[in-house]
Design a protein around this ligand. Structure first.
Ligand code: ZN
Length: 165
């Protein structure tokens, strides 16, 4: 299924969300006592993001944070990711990664993304859907998904990842 094109109102709202998180990123730090750490590289744009997380023995992401330099989209995506996933289970991180990826490539829209994740993530999807504006720009899709690739690497115990594989 192809997602509907964005309306001008929605596009403006999405730009505001990205600007807000890009200028004032949340959780821009290293997680204390982190249990995993991974660096993601997007050479196409020059984005570099290091994600740290603390996972409890029963598989809950107690804290997620990031450090790095990159364009507004990569930083906003990392910021929203860290907010969305704190307190969630590792399995939810994988679900949300898939939803964000499919949003960014234009495979699904926000409502379809909500149907694939737990109900309490609806608000997070509303924010993360702002990244779906990148669907017209394939290079930007890598900016938006970079922090998520880094997070999944982190959870998989792999210290490095790149968008160029
Ligand atoms: Zn970028």
């Amino acid at each position: 299924m192809i997602a509907a094109p964005l309306t001008d109102d929605l596009r403006t709202l999405y730009q505001e969300v990205i600007l807000d998180h890009g200028k004032h990123p949340r959780n821009l730090r290293i997680v204390e006592h982190h249990t995993c750490k991974a660096q993601g590289n997007n050479p196409m744009c020059g984005d570099r993001v290091t994600v740290t997380a603390r996972v409890s023995p029963d598989g809950v992401l107690e804290d997620v944070a990031f450090e790095g330099k990159g364009c507004a989209i990569s930083i906003a995506s990392a910021s929203m990711m860290s907010e969305a996933l704190a307190g969630q289970k590792v399995a939810v991180a994988h679900q949300l990664f898939t939803a964000v990826h499919d949003l960014c490539v234009g495979k699904i829209d926000a409502d379809q993304a909500k149907a694939t994740v737990a109900a309490d993530l609806g608000d997070s999807i509303d924010k993360l859907a702002s990244l779906s504006g990148v669907r017209q720009f394939p290079v930007r899709v890598k900016c938006a998904t970079l922090p998520w690739h880094a997070l999944i690497s982190c959870l998989d115990g792999k210290p490095q990842t790149t968008t160029e594989k």
